[in-house]
Write a protein that binds this ligand. Structure first.
Ligand code: APR
Length: 231
């Protein structure tokens, strides 16, 4: 049986694909005010601005490709039962070939009904417009978890982390909860690796750091995992 490898990823995972992170120097939250583009209140006040913000991100996503880090995580499926839990709203893990991807913060290429949250659609192209409606006639919104909203996928994420034989974190500043707390659900004997050029604030003693960008970092991770393979 293959060992269960659970990987939590954040914006740094996609940085080498040309997608901007949020809190690094030059990050998105330097240019935009979170409260104006990424909250339910912002959507109430100025839906056009919110739509434009996500339309821009979506348009850009079509020009990006998975990087060596995404591809390296997909390759690990040869030796491990890999579950990706991502905070990213891009689809680069899927495009790299990862077969099990849980999105904690939604998906950029999807939209959903403002009235019926279970009515979720794959958006055709990059542009969501005011007046685009669900089948029951209500405005569609980005399928994104905004600040102040519930993170329903945590219900699935927690048992995944509890059952992990190995836990890996790639490219997240671990600033945003509840995702940032997931590491604490690992079993006490589960090894934890963190791949990030800047050490995020983690106090757990067992954490092993790989202080590199995702591309090179995941390659080094492959080497560190040699001894954990199970046949
Ligand atoms: N490879 C790996 N890590 C990188 C790279 C890279 N090439 N470049 C930057 N990083 C690291 C940074 O050092 C930082 O620790 O990625 C992390 C990015 O942190 P944030 O910008 O805070 O992104 P993230 O942690 O994913 O943000 C969480 O916040 O705004 C919300 O909903 C949004 O999902 C997002 C959440």
């Amino acid at each position: 049986m293959k060992k269960k490898l659970v990987v939590l990823t954040g914006a740094g995972m996609s940085q080498e694909s040309g997608i901007r992170t949020f809190r690094d120097m030059g990050g998105l939250w330097e240019e935009y005010d979170i409260s104006e583009v990424a909250t339910p209140e912002a959507w109430e006040r100025n839906p056009e601005l919110v739509m434009q913000f996500y339309n821009d991100r979506r348009k850009q996503l079509y020009e990006c490709s998975p990087n060596a880090g995404h591809l390296g995580l997909a390759e690990l499926e040869q030796d491990f039962d890999v579950q990706i839990i991502t905070q990213n709203v891009d689809d680069l893990h899927e495009r790299a070939g990862s077969s099990k991807v849980l999105h904690l913060h939604g998906e950029l290429k999807k939209v959903r009904s403002t009235r019926y949250p279970d009515l979720i659609y794959e958006l055709d192209g990059w542009e969501l417009k005011f007046g685009d409606l669900c089948e029951k006639g209500h405005q569609l919104r980005p399928h994104i978890v905004w600040f102040g909203e519930e993170v329903p996928a945590m219900e699935q994420a927690v048992p995944m982390v509890e059952q992990a034989d190995i836990f890996v974190v790639v490219g997240t500043s671990l600033n945003v909860y509840p995702a940032a707390g997931l590491m604490h659900y690992t079993h006490k004997d589960t090894p934890v690796f963190v791949v990030d050029p800047e050490r995020p604030p983690v106090s757990m003693k067992k954490v092993q750091f790989i202080e590199e960008k995702a591309g090179l970092g995941v390659r080094l991770l492959h080497e560190r995992l040699q001894n954990f393979r199970n046949f």
